[in-house]
Ligand binder design. Sequence first.
Ligand code: S3P
Length: 451
Amino acid sequence: MTHATPTPSSAANGPKTARPVNALKGRLQAAADKSCSHRALIFSALAEGQSRIEGLLESEDVLATAGAVAALGAKVEREGPGAWRVIGQGRWPSPAQPLDLGNSGTGVRLLMGAASRFDLKAEFVGDESLSSRPMARVLDPLARMGVKSQASDGGRLPVTLRGSNHLDPIDYTPPVASAQVKSAILLAGLGAQGETIVREPRATRDHTEIMAPVYGADMSVEREGAGLIARVRGGKTLTPANVSIPGDPSSAAFPLTAALVTSDSEVTITGVMTNPARFGLYQVLKMMGADIGMTSAGERCGEQLVDIRVKSGALKGVEVPAEIAPSMIDEYPILSVIAAFADGVTVMKGLAELRAKESDRLAASAALLEANGVKIELGEDSLSVHGCGKDGVPGGGRVKTHHDHRLAMSALIMGCGAQAPVGVDDVSMIATSYPDFFDHMAALGAEISAG
Ligand code: S3P
């Protein structure tokens, strides 16, 4: 891989503290979407010929995927900020070294699926957090398709996988709502002999299904009530494409909700993707009474975009239905923080999957709130937050992030609006998903500094 990527500055390492401010103001372009960035690199590497990607998210997770597809035979070049050229060979060889996906669950799980359809042997490794996350949820359905793999104890990384160019199609209903599981199966299905079907009782993000036809794949998705059915017919050679990455609703949530925890703020983030399988948080914020305005901002790579404007104002606690969880699965840490500023109790249910994220996000979100004087009740798969309302969130805590980017950003957003500063033990991992977080927050007027 040839590229001169921006190296994270030491200013974005170690502990940091956010101090209370009254007003955050400004208009920023959304950070590029992480899920779509991984997928664009993988599809480009699967295609035969030269693809171009505009506005790629240059975060550590995505760069790990770029490194892995280069190790799998694609020529990967950075032409300028966010502008990448990928020349795929149409087939992937066995990589010479283990593929290190760092902290990225999306990278490792999607690549295991995509690599499965080639006659290769590959070892997948990751950092401590990724090595503690479950991989059997992907390896089990792949085994049904004819993929052989060997995982470490408890179905964890390192995983050695032997792909095959004679995969069988499957008709599969995943036991967990996971876009990574669905995508891994669909990517393997690109090489299976016949039609592979994934049925989701609750729809998860469908970026794989939306992007695949752009690269000439015979893949489709159909909504069915709260669920969906995704289908792929294997055997088609993928064709190169030029794609442009939409803005990330999960990253945009941090600067936007900062306006809700401070008293005199107005923040606009432009070019945010509105995919319904990603937009649950914004629905919940409206239920809480948040002052949110949206204007259409066109389309990118088959995904609709909006500009979102959020103004300060009173919020009320709500009951968040379990059915909405897959459409806001990454947003519960920040929603827990917002709930602490509301009047009344917010009850969140159906959160078991949060325990299998970059950290046990359910326990860690509860600890974040308690460390800052917020009353909570934590269940096996639920969290109730007693909002502080007019009394204000005490703050003053130092939060353990467990190397989890979304916890670190959520705690710092709390610090912008609490009565006393909120610190976190480390911020280096924020670069896995939102390398511009500190620049964006500073541009809005936030006071976040080392220590
Ligand atoms: C992702 C799917 C989700 C999400 C992750 C990105 C994706 O994970 O939490 O940040 O890009 O497919 P699960 O599939 O494990 O729910």
